[in-house]
Design a protein around this ligand. Structure first.
Ligand SMILES: [Zn+2]
Ligand SMILES: [Zn+2]
Length: 182
């Protein structure tokens, strides 16, 4: 099945080194319920200091912003607009629940490090970082949007730690919204 996603490309303006974001599908696996639940990780492209490469990193989601999104969904209904589906409400409720429970700051999804800098800001604008190896500047050279065959999936605890609990992964129920072309 083709999955809508993007890859971001970056290059250093001094040494010419090139980097591309990795096409992982990342999910939190919440094993506090039975069956376990999984939900897509909200992430942004970043420069990982530990790995010295472009990665995706968790996007910080405060309980306030999660609860704001949930309120917005419910208000939609109050204003006579299309009511949020049960799936949408379940998705935003789970986002809120995870952000309220979360203890550690956002992590690099490649290595779990807390030392990274986002290369894309909240509004989707790209930013630059210094290339430690040469002192040049790493900047965006483009974005490729498209549908590729489903990329490999990676699973994380609700604290952003990589896990490989195959039994739990197989039983997990995906909590998702019907998001076509949003
Ligand atoms: Zn460089
Ligand atoms: Zn990393």
């Amino acid at each position: 099945m083709a999955v809508e996603q993007f890859r971001a490309f970056f290059a250093c303006d001094r040494c010419g080194e090139r980097y591309a974001s990795k096409p992982w599908r990342s999910y939190y696996l919440d094993v506090s319920t039975e069956p376990p639940r999984k939900i897509a990780v909200q992430s942004r492209v970043a420069w990982c200091d530990a790995e010295q490469t472009v990665v995706t990193a968790e996007r910080y989601q405060s309980p306030e912003s999660s609860s704001g999104m949930l309120d917005f969904m419910v208000e939609h209904r109050a204003h006579g607009m299309a009511a949020p589906s049960g799936k949408e409400l379940a998705f935003f409720r789970m986002l809120l629940e995870l952000s309220e429970r979360r203890e550690s700051p956002p992590r690099c999804l490649g290595c779990g490090s807390l030392e990274f800098e986002y290369l894309v800001d909240e509004s989707g604008r790209t930013s630059t970082v210094e290339h430690p190896r040469c002192g040049g500047v790493i900047r965006s050279v483009g974005l490729l949007l498209g549908g590729w065959d489903a990329p490999p999936e990676r699973y994380y605890s609700t604290e952003g730690i990589r896990i490989d609990d195959l039994a739990a992964i197989e039983r997990a129920v995906l909590i998702d919204v019907d998001h076509e072309d949003c």
